[in-house]
Design a protein around this ligand. Structure first.
Ligand code: SF4
Length: 454
């Protein structure tokens, strides 16, 4: 049984990714095969040319589920045909706050990921794949390794798979747990044993990726979609979702809801409000204050936008991003200044330090938030947060720095009055509900809340 609450929620819509996640022992090879597993892999190896696999994925319109939403088949078609070796690298770092879909796929039904990896490798003619998981995924990594071993034992991986002449080795690599290693070029550096810092693009990984060789990098959820697409065809997949956002998507719901968990839905069919209802509604039925559609990276969407449809274009039109679809729900008990400070602290901690706007900007922004939360903020500090974010935006080396501006700019845009009220209500450093947290983190000292530094 799934350990993830919410998985069992069923609509009349077919589940593609989580279709079998509650089937007992679906992690076992025999059970996976009994439920149609590896049929797509056999079909591809025996009846399809590599380009046909690329084309069916291209025609399906499957968009990368890691955050950027770039069409997967198009990405595969960029891989040069005449340069070897080539690699398939799976991004299972899943470091965005509030995201836990890949974890469930790996842990709940690992063979569907392995089958997706195999199909991708065959499509681009790569003979080696590395599945990069964050170090904290130690247990799912064990589950996945057992499934890989089973796949080898049954001839689905290894030399001359199913007598096709195609060889494929799949390895798991555990990172040390850094947000930046979810960025594809930083992931590659980490995989090569270097510091996990992003690289300048171009060259893009499709041309010079792992060990400077052509490399496809796809997210776990993206590849887990591929077996049913290859088996049933592009049009079958396109019956779900919208023209520009085909298929289903796993939405991770967390925060102030009764049933946090993963909910798989067709893109573009439901609204954010309906997603919250599926997740059992808010705790004690409190009004929603705002929603983060892609964890801490996404600009907050305030309550009046709850009827926005759940697809890439609609969320973007509303002023945010769908990203990895990790919906963190904030109700009216959540203090926006506190929440923004949490996110800024996260980015400051995760900044890799390579470029100045991100390294210094997150540092100064956190200082300003700490000053406000400790009851010593002024309205000028609020303006300064906006300025710091403005100095960072568009100037950072990678998206982490850009994402760090989201909690600042979007909360200032929609909830500036809360900042002002916070400052008015906590003047003079008087003890407030945030003092314990700040004392714990060493921002302020002692029960009087004396500022240690600012
Ligand atoms: S933006 Fe931040 S995470 Fe990205 S390279 Fe610069 S310092 Fe590193």
């Amino acid at each position: 049984m799934s350990r993830f609450y919410g998985t069992k929620y069923k609509t009349m819509d077919r589940h593609v990714l989580l279709r079998d996640v509650d089937v007992p022992d679906i992690r076992e090879y025999d059970v996976y095969v009994a439920h149609g597993g590896y049929a797509a892999w056999k079909k591809a190896l025996t009846t399809m040319k590599p380009d046909e696999v690329i084309n069916v994925v291209k025609d399906s319109g499957l968009r990368g589920r890691g955050g950027a939403g770039f069409p997967a088949g198009v990405k595969w078609s960029f891989i040069p045909k005449d340069i070897f070796p080539k690699y398939v690298v799976v991004n299972g770092d899943e470091s965005e706050a509030g995201t836990f879909k890949d974890h469930q796929i790996i842990d709940g039904n690992p063979h569907q990921l392995i089958e997706g990896v195999a199909l991708c490798a065959y499509a681009v003619q790569a003979n080696t794949s590395y599945i990069y998981l964050r170090g904290e995924f130690y247990e799912p990594a064990q589950t996945l390794q057992r499934a890989i071993d089973e796949a080898y034992a049954h001839g689905m991986l290894g030399k001359n798979v199913l007598g096709s002449g195609f060889d494929l080795d799949v390895h798991i690599h555990l990172g040390a747990g850094a947000y930046i290693c979810g960025e594809e070029t930083a992931l590659l550096s980490s995989l090569e044993g270097q510091l996990g810092q992003p690289r300048l693009r171009p060259p893009f990984p499709a041309v010079q990726g792992l060990y400077a060789k052509p490399t496809v990098i796809n997210n776990v959820e993206t590849l887990a979609n591929v077996p049913p697409i290859v088996l049933h065809g592009a049009q079958w997949y396109r019956q779900y979702g919208t023209e520009k956002s085909p298929g289903t998507k796993v939405f991770c719901v967390s925060g102030r809801v009764n049933k946090p968990g993963n909910y798989e839905l067709p893109l573009g069919k439901y609204t954010i409000r309906e997603l919250i209802e599926m997740a059992g509604g808010t705790i004690d039925g409190r009004p929603v204050k705002g929603v983060l559609p892609a964890g801490s990276s996404a600009p907050i969407l305030p309550a009046p936008l709850l009827d926005t449809k759940l697809d890439y274009e609609s969320i973007q039109a509303a002023g945010s991003i769908l990203g990895s679809a990790s919906f963190v729900i904030l109700d009216d008990t959540v203090d926006i200044v506190w929440a923004a400070r949490k996110m800024v602290r996260f980015f400051k901690h995760e900044s890799c330090g390579k470029c100045t706007p991100c390294r210094e900007g997150t540092y100064w922004a956190l200082k300003l938030y700490d000053k406000i939360l400790s009851g010593h903020g002024t309205l000028a500090d609020v303006d300064m947060i906006g300025e710091v974010a403005g100095q960072m935006a568009g100037k950072c080396f990678c998206l982490l720095g850009e994402f760090a501006t989201s909690p600042m700019q979007s909360t200032l845009k929609h909830f500036r009055a809360e900042y002002e009220a916070f400052i008015a209500n906590h003047q003079g450093g008087k003890m407030n509900g945030y003092a314990d947290e700040l004392i714990r983190e060493g921002v302020i000292a002692g029960p009087e809340g004396v500022i240690a530094h600012h």
